[in-house]
Design a protein around this ligand. Structure first.
Ligand code: G1P
Length: 298
């Protein structure tokens, strides 16, 4: 297999999870808990995203947090009192589930985005911890069911091509203005070469109906571009705008992954995620199906 490793391609070890967003689309549920901590069946949404990153070989996760997000940091820490009580009660299975969810000591960092200046600014806030290495970005609002996970699929492609890769998926034309949208050029194997990309275009200006889904593998040069990125759509510093600039000097591909994505930052998207994850749950799936069927019968 052709590989860039031999001539100095640095391995992908780190991922950034921007979790500073306020979750206004799912208020009041998110008034006093971070939206990333909303449960999807039996674990918080962010757990699925961290699991996807770990499955893809990510060794260190940088959370870009904000005020009122400390529950995320606590969730990924030991809970000695709780663990002692569970131990005393002989609840080994629950204890095991807690232990499985724990990261390796020292494998998570937390930095604050002090003002809501946009996704591009959030990623830039992680620059010192990322340093001079390629890194992944996973938007925790977006859960993706895929086997293997979406980021793993991207890493497989990345190990052959290097460069920058973003996950894309088709959306109905009327939804394009909610997303970053790519301007596709040619298809090369599994990957799509692009002419450009645009953040939240109007339906008439959208170059395609291929949305940027929320999984990225990026080279560290993006951080220099973000440093002086002008604000764009919504008056925010947009990652998409910096990527459109990076594309002019580095290989950049879009990757149509295999899987289904759910936007948990939206009430219906969140409900859809719960439905799918319940139906596919290892132990609860069958009973969930019966319950849903009963509920539909009324
Ligand atoms: C962000 C990105 C956008 C992407 C979307 C995916 O937008 O800026 O390019 O398509 O996530 O969910 P946001 O949802 O933060 O407005």
């Amino acid at each position: 297999m052709f590989s860039f490793w031999g001539w100095g391609m640095k391995p992908l070890r780190k991922a950034v999870l921007p979790v500073a967003g306020l979750g206004t689309r799912v208020l009041p549920a998110t008034k006093s808990i971070p939206k990333e901590m909303l449960p999807v069946v039996d674990r918080p949404a962010v757990q699925y995203v961290v699991d996807e990153a770990r499955e893809a070989g990510i060794e260190h996760i940088v959370f870009v947090t904000g005020r009122a997000k400390s529950a995320i940091e606590d969730y990924f820490d030991r809970a000695f009192e709780l663990e002692t009580i569970l131990q005393g009660k002989g609840k080994q299975d629950v204890l095991q589930a807690l232990t499985d969810a724990l990261p390796e000591p020292g494998s998570m960092s937390f930095v604050r985005q002090q003002a809501p200046l946009g996704l591009g600014h959030a990623i830039w806030c992680a620059r010192d911890i990322i340093g001079d290495e390629p890194f992944a970005v996973l938007l925790p609002d977006v859960l993706i069911q895929g086997k293997p996970g979406c980021l793993s699929q991207m890493v497989t492609a990345y190990n052959e091509t290097g460069g920058n890769i973003i996950a894309v998926d088709e959306v109905p034309r009327e939804d394009v203005s909610k997303y970053g949208v790519i301007d596709p050029k040619d298809t090369v194997g599994q990957l799509i070469e692009m002419r450009g990309m645009v953040e939240k275009p109007s339906i008439d200006d959208a170059p395609s109906n291929l949305k940027i889904t929320g999984r990225y593998i990026l080279q560290p040069e993006i951080l220099n571009l973000l440093e002086n990125q002008q604000s764009g759509a919504g008056g925010e510093i947009q990652l998409t705008d910096a990527m459109a600039r990076l594309m002019q000097t580095q290989p950049f591909y879009a990757f149509p992954y295999e899987g289904v994505d759910f936007d948990c930052g939206d009430r219906l998207g969140y409900l859809r995620a719960i439905t799918h994850y319940a139906l596919n749950h290892e132990t609860l799936g069958e009973r969930a199906r019966t319950m849903f069927e009963e509920a539909l019968r009324g």
